[in-house]
Design a protein around this ligand. Structure first.
Ligand code: NI
Length: 165
């Protein structure tokens, strides 16, 4: 396993659309292990998408379990994820390892039903809500070349920060 470097805005590669994963092999599982190790190397970070590591396949990790008192599914490894249904809308603050100097307010669905494959290719379904649903929608955006900067509620909803946390 290895911590890999994270692409940072305004790197044009972050705008790429990632490809569907078709081979569920040891190479995929090594990449997932590197994604997990990279995510863990940033305390407080709740998600990572493969394209942030310069690897353009539809793979994300989301783990909001360290946040107190919110519903969650533990560490989710989502391959070829799709949001099947959305409900509600809420505005909340988001950050991103690829946008280390800013946070911003973004509107997302409050509840989502999603379908994804696991590292062996098995299809799984999840109902997610609140902060976990927000984190998943943020990570899925990376797979289509979008950052939270593309989704700000308004230009005034961008905030500078000194340190990633
Ligand atoms: Ni991000």
């Amino acid at each position: 396993m290895a911590v890999r470097p994270v692409l940072v805005y305004s790197d044009e590669r972050l705008k790429q659309v990632s490809a569907t994963v078709t081979e569920f092999n040891d190479g995929l599982r090594r990449l997932i292990a590197d994604m997990e190790e990279t995510l863990r190397s940033f305390p407080g970070c709740v998600g990572l998408a493969a394209p942030q590591l310069n690897h353009f396949q539809r793979i994300v990790i989301v783990d909001v379990s360290a946040r107190p008192d919110i519903p969650h599914h533990g560490c989710l490894i989502l391959i070829n994820p799709e949001v099947v249904e959305k409900a509600g809308e809420a505005v909340g603050r988001e950050g991103c390892l690829s946008v280390p100097d800013f946070t911003g307010n973004v509107a997302r669905a409050e509840r989502i039903h999603m379908r994804a494959q696991d590292s062996r290719g098995h299809v799984q379904n999840f109902d997610c809500e609140g902060f976990e649903a927000r984190a998943i929608q943020h990570e899925l955006d990376h797979l289509d070349g979008f950052l939270f900067l593309d989704r700000l509620v308004s230009r005034r909803d961008l905030f500078r920060r000194k340190h990633y946390k």
